[in-house]
Design a protein around this ligand. Structure first.
Ligand code: PLP
Length: 404
């Protein structure tokens, strides 16, 4: 499929909705994306035609469900150039990162060090903070410079042989900053023996990822931000590391053999997928990956970055809008209209049919660093257009007028 935005928009039923009589302009994609008909159909088809539990039923429906579920696994592995054994399905980025904090965390000892950045989403923040407290380990922060990028020199200086875990965003959900993961990976390997975890929640939907090239040990992302249903996400881990790790949850599916005395765990990736899986959602993720591949991840990356740049320049030219983060960015722009609370900005935009997010975007420490209680965020995806961004510009003029 060529990148035909008119055709793409037709695939998303929700985009036909009117808000206050105006066409819906959906700019809250960083929170969750909309779903195209093939994804909605895939989920419905599962329930209508072959709903059954997987990996345990001898009957035909069970076999069909298992085949589709494993196909989704295969698609997700190929999507990031990982091996089949290296991709675990979770409920999303949050669960993936908590799984790591639990399993890797069991090895953390008093005096060990962990590093995250000042700009992490709470789901890549709170568990490391709590782990450090519980284990009397030290949590260090990689700093963000005034231009909103990661200070690589400072990061290099805080790494040492005691650093056990480094967990960083790929694309910031507030600043839009793209971290140079390959370069960071090299710095980490030179200065420490730490495991490198990448929070790819805001990059996997927008860029072609290749875990072999990125050089990270683990990577996490959510299906619902990339056209798939909620409740399904991915944890990638290098096979040799996943083999060594303790399971996060125990129960059905994750075992090979259980006796009264002990349990032999299942092979990868099932060792980390205890209980009945989110089968319909996983199949939906498979359909979403098919859709993204057809549109072309390179096309999507170019399109989304172009929209972000267009929006950045438009807002920058308005004079009374403060933008957070560097001009070079991926798919979103966070901002405040001077002297107007982000919630008021979002409410006025909503009356114009424009959906943006307003608040701290689950990054309270970063907002306190920026010296603001909240920001508004416009985030884009493959179905958005420059004309919609022009409408955002007009909406913001109204915000300025109402509150001046
Ligand atoms: N990390 C980043 C950078 C995010 O933007 C988000 C969600 O907004 C998450 C993690 C958490 O994702 P989820 O809520 O899907 O688990």
């Amino acid at each position: 499929m060529a990148f035909d935005i008119k055709k793409i928009r037709e695939d998303f039923p929700i985009l036909k909705r009117k808000m206050n009589g105006k066409p819906l302009i959906y700019f809250d994609n960083a929170a969750t994306s909309q779903k195209p008909a093939p994804v909605i159909d895939a989920e419905r088809e599962f329930y209508e035609k072959y709903n059954a539990n997987i990996h345990r039923s001898i009957h035909r429906l069970g076999e069909e469900a298992t085949k589709k579920y494993e196909e989704a696994h295969d698609k997700a592995s190929k999507f990031i150039n990982a091996g089949f054994e290296e991709v675990v399905f979770t409920s999303g980025t949050t669960e993936s990162l908590n799984l790591l904090a639990y399993s890797l965390g069991s090895e953390i000892k008093e005096g060990d060090e962990m590093v995250i950045s000042q700009a992490e989403h709470h789901s890549n923040f709170v568990q490391w903070q709590q782990l450090a407290k519980n284990k009397r380990a030290k949590l260090k922060f990689a700093e963000i410079t005034d231009d909103g990028t990661l200070d690589l020199g400072q990061l290099s200086r805080i790494l040492n042989k005691k650093t056990r875990i480094v967990s960083l965003f790929h694309v910031s959900n507030v600043l839009g900053t793209i971290n140079p993961i390959k370069k960071i990976s090299k710095i980490i390997k030179e200065k420490s023996n730490a495991c490198f975890i990448v929070d790819a929640a805001q990059s996997a939907p927008h860029m072609k990822l290749n875990v072999k090239e990125l050089g990270c040990d683990f990577l996490a992302f959510s299906g619902h931000k990339m056209l798939a249903p909620t409740g399904i996400g991915v944890l990638y881990g290098k096979q040799e590391l996943l083999e060594k790790m303790q399971p996060f949850m125990f129960g059905g599916e994750m075992i090979k053999h259980v006796t009264f005395e002990d349990t032999k765990f299942n092979d990868l990736p099932w060792k980390f997928e205890a209980g009945t899986a989110n089968i319909a959602q996983a199949i939906g993720l498979g359909a979403a990956i098919d859709y993204l591949n057809k549109a072309g991840m390179q096309n999507i990356e170019r399109h989304d970055a172009e929209l972000a740049k267009y929006c950045y320049r438009l807002l920058d030219s308005m004079g009374d809008v403060e933008i957070y983060g560097p001009e070079e960015r991926n798919s979103l722009v966070s901002f405040n209209v001077k002297n107007v609370h982000a919630h008021d900005t979002a409410a006025v935009l909503d009356s114009e049919g424009i959906a943006v997010r307003a608040g701290h975007h689950c990054a309270m420490p970063l907002h306190s660093l920026l010296g603001i209680p909240a920001s508004a965020r416009a985030s884009f995806y493959l179905y958005n257009t420059k004309e919609e961004i022009d409408a955002l510009g007009e909406g913001l003029k109204k915000v300025s007028k109402v509150f001046s």
